[in-house]
Design a protein around this ligand. Structure first.
Ligand code: GAP
Length: 380
């Protein structure tokens, strides 16, 4: 069941009118239960603390009643301040896809089943933003809404779970630290029929990295009802109209970036010194290779080789400053998979030394084979 083809991209609005977020269910349901400490005024999500115990901040035990807190940031559009001008910053990118569903169909040549993907900012007034990039009030989301027929949705849901697992493997994340967890019925979001969390084993426990949800046809039905615009599509085969069912993959870019940092961070001891290494897969390492002339005399020939790769659009660095050991460490810390060193012999044997980030082993290879060497490294 192909899921990767037939996907178009969209950049939707950040602000949505009250009606859009009422239709999506976010005005009524996008809540976190919270309590305040009456003494120090600290605010907590009720699932984060034990109300039988005292406040972790001030040590008193004097709680407000738990109450629902809507996490959307509200604002007013235009000059008037009546209810009709109320708008919200989007708490997920998905709704911009649903409200533009018909626009996409009428302007692209997509045929069912197909996906609409979007990457962009989402905003949530989190009660307790924490753990660096893990939970923030302003973050970047990547979402795919996959539109299909209701009868096929479960099979697509499973296909997407598999595809997303493979994605994490393809960017080099340790698969022992990734697991898929099915939501219990009482955990499901208001729009969801079934949901799986892709979880990663962070230093602070197994936590959600991505949500994969079978959303039924909840969103398109709601927007049809509230806007008066029919979002059903016509099926030539059955000669009937229907509202497509949606399978969604949703991941925070910042949270994924944090995951990659935790997953790749490594310390070992080299030459009696602690070495910090980011063991990033070459496919996602920000710098693919570093070019290092051993001494000033080798700057010019090495710079020529470096420039030829730079011109190809490859993300590479040239570093001539400091001892060769220091330069290797610098590259280790930013996760550069290989360093090439041009030395005294290079002029005569037309070779450079390749030093591997993870093993620190070195080998001599011909300058003419560098292109193939890098292509092979990046294709793994
Ligand atoms: N459209 C579905 C949706 O938004 P979600 O589980 O609320 O589902 C999806 O969010 C993903 O967005 C999460 O798995 C996480 O990676 C990311 N995310 C959610 N809230 C976040 C926050 N406050 N800070 C950073 N990332 C967040």
């Amino acid at each position: 069941m192909g899921t990767q083809e037939n996907i178009v991209f969209l950049e939707g609005a950040l602000l949505g009118s009250h009606d859009v977020w009422k239709a999506s269910g976010h005005v009524d349901n996008f809540n976190d239960p919270m309590v305040d400490c009456l003494k120090c005024k600290h605010r907590y999500r009720t699932d984060e603390i034990d109300l039988e115990k005292s406040c972790p901040h001030c040590g008193n035990k004097d709680w407000t009643q738990p109450r629902q807190f809507n996490m959307m940031f509200q604002t007013q559009l235009g000059a008037s301040s009546d209810n009709s001008s109320v708008a919200y910053l989007r708490p997920e990118t998905a709704q911009a896809i649903f409200v533009n569903f018909k626009n996409v169909i009428s302007t692209t040549r997509v045929k069912m089943p197909f996906g609409i993907a979007q990457i962009g900012k989402a905003f949530r007034n989190e009660i307790t933003p924490k753990q660096f990039l893990f939970r923030m009030r302003e973050f970047e989301q990547m979402e795919i809404e996959w539109f299909c027929k209701a009868d096929d949705a479960l099979a697509y849901f499973e296909a997407w779970c598999q595809a997303r697992k493979e994605f994490y493997q393809s960017i080099g994340i340790n698969t022992d630290k990734i697991r898929l967890r099915q939501h219990a019925t009482d955990e499901l979001a208001h729009y969801s029929t079934a949901c799986v969390d892709v979880e990663y084993q962070f230093p602070f426990g197994w936590k959600e990295l991505e949500g994969i949800a079978h959303r039924g046809n909840f969103d398109l039905t709601q927007h049809s009802k509230h806007s008066g615009k029919d979002l059903a599509i016509y099926d030539e085969e059955t000669k009937q109209s229907y509202i497509p069912t949606v399978v969604e993959c949703s991941v925070g870019v910042d949270r994924l970036f944090l995951t990659l940092l935790f997953d790749a961070y490594y310390e070992d001891v080299v030459d009696n010194e602690t070495r910090i290494v980011l063991r990033l897969s070459p496919t996602i390492a920000p710098i693919k290779a570093a070019f290092l002339p051993l001494t000033k005399k080798q700057i010019e020939p090495m710079h020529k080789i470096y420039s030829s790769f730079k011109k190809q659009g490859l993300s590479v660095q040239f570093d001539e400053s400091g001892s060769i050991g220091k330069r290797y460490r610098r590259q280790d810390e930013i996760g550069t998979p290989v360093c090439f060193t041009y030395d005294f012999d290079s002029e005569t044997d037309n070779c450079v030394t390749v030093r591997n980030r993870d093993t620190t082993t070195q080998e001599r290879i011909s300058i003419d084979s560098l292109d193939a060497y890098l292509q092979n490294l990046l294709s793994k």
